[in-house]
Write a protein that binds this ligand. Structure first.
Ligand SMILES: [Zn+2]
Ligand SMILES: [Zn+2]
Length: 339
């Protein structure tokens, strides 16, 4: 299993390789440039060379083991053409950086329709991906599924299917499934049955062969809450069982499985502990007493945060229901009046 984490690249992208070594990762994610700025200086020749050398030295295959994460503000489906072009430039720059580093995968968020027509937005996204594929040579563009609030693209697996159907060179496109996002979007992964159902659905809608990577996060918010709130493994509403199922899923071998869980003050050694936990889960059955003990212990640690988030969610649902009822009764009143 290629367990790893999203590691830092401060001081130069090649530092990410050592950061991954330090936590015992077999794969990793990184930002290719500052995720808060549109433009960053190009890599120096030395930096690129160091990156290649360290990959060799530490035995990471950049084509399969490294999954950079695109900037969060890239929205290739932006209805504003000027903003769309700016996003595309940054996207293409990321892809070119991947190829300079010989990186074979690139993961990004599919963006938002920002209130415009959803189908038009999906087509726009697909056409930008097609264009970017033509302007690059080998990097696979990996679309991440989303937690799904409002106008976001990709919380429904059908969105991703729609986009992939429009991609001309399908060998250059893939999907990253984020466990927290899936759960927040309403897909259950908590038991053996629901976990299997989810992947069957994925296969039916999108197709197994497109699965390129997994983001591993527990969820602070309950199922269907549409909140993108990552929790440490076992602390959230998914619970350790989901990650036991993942650790023992043969279908997930040889693809990057990347932690994006919260760590205290950027302390990446906490990722090392979670990677060890994942490796420990391999071969464990759900009735194993040590597993049950561990699962209960981690769940306890996340209890108060889950309670807070559940209360927030319930408040939101009640408010929504109330406003729906208000609209309904207003309509009824109006109806009576017109009669
Ligand atoms: Zn993610
Ligand atoms: Zn997320």
């Amino acid at each position: 299993m290629k367990f790893g984490a999203h590691v830092g690249m401060a001081g130069g992208v090649s530092n990410s390789i050592k950061n991954c070594m330090d936590i015992g990762g077999n794969s990793f994610a990184l930002f290719l440039k500052s995720p808060r700025r549109w433009e960053s200086p190009p890599y120096s020749k030395e930096e690129i060379e160091t990156f290649h050398n360290l990959c060799k030295e530490y035995n990471y295959n950049p084509r399969t083991d490294i999954l950079p994460h695109g900037s969060y503000f890239i929205n290739l489906a932006n209805p504003d053409q000027e903003k769309e072009l700016k996003a595309y430039d940054s996207f293409l720059d990321d892809l070119k950086r991947c190829e300079l580093l010989n990186i074979g995968l690139y993961n990004f968020h599919p963006g938002s329709d920002l209130g415009s027509d959803h189908t038009t937005a999906l087509k726009k996204l697909a056409s930008n991906i097609n264009k970017a594929i033509k302007e690059t040579n080998f990097v696979k563009i990996v679309i991440e599924n989303m937690a799904g609030h409002g106008n976001l693209i990709g919380s429904d697996l059908n969105d991703i299917k729609f986009v992939i159907d429009l991609i001309e060179d399908k060998s250059r496109v893939g999907v990253c499934i984020d466990t927290c996002h899936s759960f927040a979007a309403g897909y259950d992964l908590r038991t053996e049955e629901t976990y299997k159902e989810f992947w069957d659905k994925f296969d039916e809608i999108i197709g197994r062969k497109y699965l390129a990577s997994v983001h591993l996060n527990d969820s602070k918010a309950p199922i269907g809450a549409n909140r993108d709130l990552h929790a440490k493994l076992g602390y959230g509403f998914l619970g350790l069982e989901t990650f036991r199922l993942i650790a023992n899923d043969e279908n997930l071998q040889n693809i990057p499985i990347v932690l994006e869980t919260p760590v205290d003050k950027g302390n990446e050694s906490e990722y090392g502990d979670e990677i060890k936990l994942l490796e420990w889960l391999i071969g464990k059955s759900k009735d194993d007493s040590e597993f049950k003990e561990k699962s209960a212990k981690l769940s306890k640690l996340g209890e108060s945060e889950r309670k807070d988030q559940l209360a927030k969610y319930e408040k939101k649902v009640t408010k929504k229901r109330k406003s729906e009822n208000d609209i309904l009764s207003a309509l009824k009143k109006n109806n009576k009046k017109s009669k």
